[in-house]
Design a binder for this molecule. Structure first.
Ligand SMILES: [Zn+2]
Length: 261
C-alpha cells in the first residue's frame, strides 16, 4: 500500500517540476487571451501552446510599448502583438527581434514624419515597430483574407535582421533560395497574373516578402497548391509548415523548448 503512495508522490513531483507544468501554470493568462483571439494558437497541440506562451512571455520582457493615445497599451494588446512575432518565428531559434526594442501603438492610421506619409504600420531600422491598432485588429480578425498587419511588420523586421548572423544557417540558405526562385520571370509573371499575392507585393522585394508571409500563414493550402516551390522555400526558411495546424514546426530542435535567444 505504502509503496503505491510513495510512487504516486514521486510521479506527482516529477510532473509538478516538469517544464511543461511550470510553463502551463505560469502562462494561463496569456493562453486565455490567445485562445480567444488567435485561431493559429487555438489549433496548436497542448505542448506547442506551452512553447508558444513561453516565448510570448520572454518576448514581452524585452520590449517597451509606447502608446500614442490617452490610454495605455493594455496587457491583451501586448500579448497579441507578441503573438504576431512568435507566430512568424515559431520554428526559429531567435524570436526576440533584438534590433527592435520599442513597439509604438497608434489608435488608427497616423502620419509618419519618417516616411512623410499616412501609415497603418511601419518597421523602422532605428529600432521600433509601429502599428495602427485598428488595422492590427482588423488583420487578426479574419485569418483567411491574406491581410495581417502584425505579420507584415514583423516580416519586415525579420528581413532587416536577416542581414545579421544570429538567425541560423537554414534561414540564410533558404532565404537566398527564395530570392532566387522569384528571379524566375515565368514564376514572377504567374504571381502577377494570377493575383496570388495582393498588388502591393509588387512594390519592391521587401514588400513582396512581407505580403508573401501574410499569404503563407493565412492561405497556406492555396499557396502550396499554386506555388509549391515558393511555399516549400518559405517552410524551410521559417522551419514551419502552417498546413500542419496542430504541430507546424518541422524540425524539432532542442532550442525550441529551452533557449531564450
Ligand atoms: Zn510593408
Amino acid at each position: 500500500m505504502y509503496i503505491f503512495i510513495v510512487i504516486g508522490i514521486i510521479l506527482l513531483s516529477i510532473y509538478l517540476l516538469s517544464p511543461s507544468f511550470i510553463i502551463y501554470s505560469t502562462s494561463r493568462k496569456e493562453a486565455q487571451i490567445l485562445i480567444k483571439h488567435l485561431k493559429y494558437f487555438r489549433n496548436l497541440s497542448p505542448k506547442q501552446k506551452q512553447i508558444f506562451t513561453f516565448r510570448v512571455k520572454c518576448f514581452l520582457k524585452e520590449k517597451t510599448f509606447i502608446s500614442k493615445s490617452k490610454e495605455q497599451v493594455s496587457y491583451p494588446m501586448k500579448v497579441l502583438t507578441a503573438a504576431s512575432a512568435i507566430r512568424l518565428t515559431f520554428g526559429l531559434k531567435n524570436y526576440m527581434f533584438y534590433d527592435f526594442p520599442n513597439i509604438i501603438i497608434y489608435p488608427e492610421e497616423y502620419y509618419s514624419r519618417f516616411t512623410n506619409t499616412y501609415n497603418k504600420g511601419e518597421t523602422n531600422p532605428l529600432g521600433y515597430i509601429v502599428f495602427s491598432w485598428k488595422d492590427f485588429e482588423f488583420g487578426n480578425k479574419d485569418e483567411n483574407d491574406n491581410l495581417n498587419l502584425g505579420l507584415h511588420e514583423f516580416a519586415h523586421a525579420l528581413y532587416i535582421e536577416s542581414s545579421k548572423d544570429y538567425l541560423g544557417e537554414d534561414f540564410y540558405t533558404y532565404h537566398e533560395e527564395w530570392v532566387q526562385l522569384l528571379v524566375n520571370k515565368e514564376r514572377f509573371n504567374k504571381i502577377k497574373e494570377e493575383h496570388i499575392f495582393r498588388e502591393y507585393a509588387l512594390t519592391n522585394r521587401f514588400e513582396l516578402f512581407a505580403v508573401a508571409i501574410e499569404t503563407f500563414f493565412e492561405s497556406p493550402e492555396m499557396l502550396k497548391n499554386k506555388l509549391p516551390r515558393i511555399y516549400k522555400a518559405l517552410c524551410n526558411m521559417l522551419n514551419q509548415d502552417p498546413t500542419r495546424k496542430s504541430n507546424p514546426v518541422i524540425k524539432k530542435h532542442f532550442y525550441l523548448y529551452f533557449n531564450r535567444a
